[in-house]
Design a binder for this molecule. Structure first.
Ligand code: PEP
Length: 240
């Protein structure tokens, strides 16, 4: 199972200490061989985190990147080549917090292509808003986001699709398990051979229900991943 820690815009150098218990835990966890942990801290922490995680199985990723993998006059931007250069092996693209700020499917497609060109793996986020869900548009929206986002991308192994209903992110709400099962099955049946994760308010309490969806390949965890105890609990309970 894959566990992605999205720290969003939280954390300074001191926060790096919070990964020590996770490193220790993974050394002794009996299912460690099947666990993959990817930390996506703010860009300022990628390199120090990469150095801390060297010689451990944990990996580092960025939270977004510019669509141009070559350098250019784009003040304030960071591209996938730069992320790779400081130790990232993954990058989150298409997160709803960025879609909300104007990222559309076509820009996301360009970003995914640039990340792959730079040698990064992509955590590709998709998800419907509450309004879309109420109008029963979930499948239509997901289909459009995936088809457009992955247009002309062949290397399925480089992509992890993370299904994150917008209304479940940071709200404490999760979809009903039968509905989530149906959505994950829809994605897996339509877009074969992709690994599919779930993200949205995953915590140590609801993981026991979420883990019953056997088709899932892992979880993207935001808020709870900043607390190592909660993060470890989620991983442990996924296997219990
Ligand atoms: C996220 O950052 O994508 C996320 C799922 O956050 P949270 O777990 O806090 O809902």
């Amino acid at each position: 199972m894959i566990f992605i820690a999205n720290w969003k815009m939280f954390g300074g150098l001191n926060s790096l200490n919070s990964i020590n218990p996770v490193i220790k835990f993974l050394k002794i966890f009996k299912n460690k061989k099947s666990v993959k942990i990817i930390y996506c801290p703010p860009t300022t922490l990628i390199y120090p985190m990469y150095k801390r995680l060297k010689n451990t199985p944990l990996m580092v990723g960025g939270q977004n990147c510019h669509e141009n993998h070559k350098s250019g006059a784009f003040t304030g931007s960071i591209n996938a080549t730069m992320l790779k250069n400081v130790g990232a092996s993954y990058v989150i693209i298409g997160h709803s917090e960025n879609r909300r700020n104007g990222e559309n499917n076509s820009l996301i497609n360009q970003k995914i292509k640039s990340a792959i060109k730079s040698g990064l793996n992509v955590i590709f986020c998709i998800g419907e808003t509450l309004g879309e869900r109420k109008k029963k548009l979930t499948k239509k929206i997901l289909n459009k986001q995936i088809t457009s986002g992955l247009k002309k991308i062949k290397n399925k192994k480089k992509i992890l699709i993370s299904y994150e209903p917008v209304w479940a992110i940071g709200t404490g709400l999760i979809p009903k398990i039968n509905e989530l099962y149906e959505t994950i099955s829809f994605i897996k049946n339509k877009f074969k051979d992709y690994k599919v994760l779930y993200g949205g308010s995953v915590n140590p309490k609801n993981i026991k229900d979420l883990k019953t969806i056997e088709k899932l390949d892992g979880f993207l965890i935001g808020g709870a991943s900043q607390n190592s105890k909660k993060f470890i609990d989620i991983i442990k309970k996924t296997y219990n």
